[in-house]
Design a protein around this ligand. Structure first.
Ligand code: PLP
Length: 369
C-alpha cells in the first residue's frame, strides 16, 4: 500500500483573533473560510502526490481545464463539532470517505485510500481548531472535493490529472433557529427531475446540483422553501428534498411511531444522516424502515391522520421538519404544520451524540483534538 505524507506549511498570515471571533459569533453558512486548506494532486504517472496543508487561497487554472467544460467533479459534506468537554470531533468520517470513493468510481475519477481521506480532514481540523464555533448548534463545515485538471477540450476519455482539496467553513444551524427549527413548506417538482435510472443521483456530484437550480427557483417563486423530487420515470414516487433525504412518520393511535424513508433505488443519495437515523430510531422504541410513498399516498395518509410528521435530514441542516406541501394540484399540511414530537426526539438524540451530551452507543464519534 502506498503511504502518503502531507507536508505542513502553516501560514503566518492567520486572521486576527478579533476578526475570527466576530465571524464565529455569527458565521452564517458557507460564507467564511478558515486559514488553511489541504490539497493533493493525482496524475496518471505519479498517482496521488504533492499532499499538503497550506494557506487557504485561490487556484490558478487554465481556461481550458476540463472541469470548467465537462463538470468532472465531486464533493463531500461533513462537520467537526466542539463538544462540551472541549474535544473537537468528527461524525462517521469513514462513511464520507467511502461515499467519496463511490462518487469517484461513478465519475471515472481516482479513489483516495480511506485513511488518507480521513487524515486530510483531521489535519485541517486540528490546524484550524480555533475556527470551530462553540455556541449551540454551530460546527465547522468541511468540504472535501475533487476536480479534473487536465488542460484541453477533448472528450474521449476521463481527465489525466486531478486536484483534491478540503476547505473548512464555520457554520450556524442551517435553517436558522437553534432549539426549535422552523417547519418548512416544500414544493412538489412535478416537471423537473433530479436524477434518472443509470444516472448520477446516488453520488455527490456538482452536476446534480447545477441541474436542480431551476427547480429551486421555481419553489421559491411559489413561496416554498425547498423542492421535493419525485422519481424521473413515473413522477409519482417521492425521492428527496433539495439536497436532503426525507423521512415520513406514521403514528397509529395509542401505538408506537414508525419512521420510513424512500429506499435507495439508485437515484437517491445515501445520506450519512439517513443511515444514522435508521440505526438510532429503534434504540428509542421507534420502528424504522425503508419503503416507498407516492405523492397521492402522502396526501391521503395525512388526511386520514396516519402520517403525522415528515422531515428532511442531512449533514448541513441535521433535521428539518416539513410542515406543508404544495404542488400544481393544491397542498396539504402535516399534522398541525409544526415540528412534531418524533422529529424533535430524534433530532435531540442525534445532536446529543454529535455534541457529546449523550453516550455514543454506535462508536460514531472520532476525536480529532
Ligand atoms: C449530501 C446529500 C444528502 C444528505 O447526505 P448526508 O450524508 O446526510 O449529509 C441527501 N441528498 C442529497 C442529494 C445530497 O447531496
Amino acid at each position: 500500500m502506498v503511504t502518503i505524507d502531507f507536508d505542513i506549511f502553516p501560514t503566518r498570515e492567520t486572521a486576527p483573533a478579533d476578526q475570527r471571533d466576530a465571524i464565529l459569533a455569527d458565521p452564517g453558512f458557507g460564507a467564511h473560510f478558515t486559514d488553511h486548506m489541504v490539497t493533493m494532486r493525482w496524475s496518471e504517472e505519479a498517482g496521488w502526490h504533492d499532499a499538503r496543508l497550506e494557506a487557504y487561497g485561490s487556484f490558478t487554472l487554465d481556461p481550458a481545464t476540463s472541469v470548467f467544460h465537462y463538470g468532472q467533479e465531486l464533493f463531500e459534506g461533513m462537520k467537526a463539532y466542539r463538544q462540551d468537554s472541549g474535544a473537537t470531533v468528527l461524525f462517521r468520517p469513514e462513511v464520507n470517505a467511502a461515499r467519496f470513493n463511490s462518487s469517484a468510481r461513478r465519475m471515472a475519477m481516482p479513489e483516495i485510500p480511506e485513511d488518507v481521506f480521513v487524515r486530510a480532514i483531521e489535519l485541517l481540523v486540528s490546524e484550524d481548531r480555533d475556527w470551530v464555533p462553540t455556541t449551540p448548534g454551530t460546527s465547522l463545515y468541511l468540504r472535501p472535493f475533487m476536480i479534473a485538471t487536465q488542460r484541453g477540450l477533448g472528450f474521449s476519455k476521463p481527465s489525466t490529472d486531478y486536484l483534491f482539496c478540503v476547505i473548512a467553513s464555520p457554520a450556524a444551524a442551517y435553517f436558522g433557529g437553534g432549539e426549535k427549527p422552523r417547519a418548512l413548506t416544500v414544493w412538489l417538482s412535478e416537471h423537473y427531475s433530479r436524477a434518472a435510472p443509470g444516472g448520477t443521483g446516488f453520488v455527490k456530484v456538482g452536476g446534480n446540483y447545477g441541474g436542480a437550480l431551476a427547480a429551486s427557483r421555481e419553489a421559491l417563486e411559489k413561496g416554498c422553501d425547498q423542492v421535493v423530487w419525485l422519481d424521473a420515470v413515473e413522477h409519482t414516487w417521492v425521492e428527496e428534498m433539495g439536497g436532503m433525504n426525507l423521512f415520513f412518520v406514521h403514528t397509529p393511535p395509542g401505538g408506537c411511531p414508525r419512521i420510513m424513508t424512500p429506499e435507495l433505488t439508485g437515484t437517491l443519495l445515501p445520506g450519512v444522516t439517513r443511515d444514522s437515523l435508521l440505526k438510532l430510531a429503534p434504540t428509542l422504541g421507534i420502528e424504522a424502515g425503508e419503503g416507498r410513498i407516492s405523492t397521492a399516498e402522502w396526501r391521503e395518509q395525512c388526511a386520514a391522520g396516519e402520517l403525522t410528521e415528515a422531515f428532511a435530514c442531512g449533514t448541513a441542516a441535521v433535521m428539518a421538519p416539513v410542515g406543508r406541501v404544495r404542488g400544481v394540484s393544491g397542498g396539504w399540511t402535516m399534522g398541525d404544520g409544526e415540528p412534531g414530537p418524533v422529529t424533535m426526539r430524534l433530532r435531540e438524540e442525534l445532536l446529543g451524540i454529535q455534541y457529546g451530551r449523550l453516550p455514543d452507543p454506535f462508536g460514531w464519534i472520532r476525536k480529532v483534538c
